[in-house]
Design a protein around this ligand. Structure first.
Ligand SMILES: O=C(O)CCC(=O)C(=O)O
Length: 221
């Protein structure tokens, strides 16, 4: 990792770790996620919180050395894993996530999200979309909530300049690390195929924060 890596994160608000996990590792994680979902009464929201809290395999993946090194490069030596969630889309759970900054939900110190592809992701099955550089300011989240997707803080699509949007297709095992002020959304899944992604949250352990009830499996890297 180089100074250019950190500079890219600071300027763009995100960096891509291609092939963070091998195809086989991503496949194993998806199988494990499916086993976890099968043990729970998961409804159609397409979101399940807390895989690492109940799976040693996910805990191991959350501290994989290349990721730990990249996160330390960005925030410094004290990195804390807070929580993770599976955002799974398929033929019946096919919504696109609306535009938002994660910070609008979390507040406190700034965090990093790591979006990990457990399937190949593209515009047809719901890949991530971002606005590079948007992490440099806080947007007001006053978009109308007319569905029950659970995104209560969101921007109106018309408030996003289409010329600034970058689509981030990903191969299974790729990871996108982004700042909690980076504007992002995802396409709806019109393909009928799975698009499962793991999204993990990390923070700089030296920064004070409120207690987050959703971070019950927190640990230092
Ligand atoms: O649909 C996605 O993969 C993005 C989900 C997302 O942005 C979120 O849950 O904060």
């Amino acid at each position: 990792m180089t100074a250019a890596f950190k500079e890219e994160f600071e300027n763009q608000g995100y960096v891509i770790l291609k092939g963070l996990y091998t195809t086989e590792e991503a496949h194993r994680l998806k199988e494990e996620a499916a086993a976890i979902l099968a043990r729970h009464d998961v409804h159609q929201s397409g979101v399940f919180l807390g895989l690492t809290a109940e799976s040693p395999l996910f805990k191991e993946a959350a501290r994989t050395p290349r990721l730990a090194q990249a996160l330390k490069e960005i925030v410094g030596d004290s990195v804390v894993f807070l929580s993770d969630k599976l955002v799974f889309k398929n033929a019946s759970t096919d919504f696109g996530s609306p535009w938002h900054q994660d910070y609008s939900y979390w507040r406190g110190s700034h965090k990093l999200s790591v979006w990990i592809a457990l399937d190949d992701a593209n515009p047809a099955n719901g890949c991530l979309r971002i606005v590079p550089g948007s992490h440099l300011s806080t947007a007001s989240h006053d978009g109308q909530v007319t569905d029950d997707l659970g995104f209560v803080h969101r921007l109106d699509e018309k408030d996003i300049d289409p010329s600034q949007i970058v689509d981030l297709p990903a191969s299974k095992g790729d990871a996108i690390v982004f700042h909690d002020l980076l504007l992002h959304a995802s396409y709806p899944n019109t393909s009928g195929a799975d698009r499962w992604a793991l999204i993990s949250t990390y923070k700089d352990g030296t920064q004070p924060d409120p207690d987050y009830s959703w971070a019950k499996a927190a640990f230092a890297l």
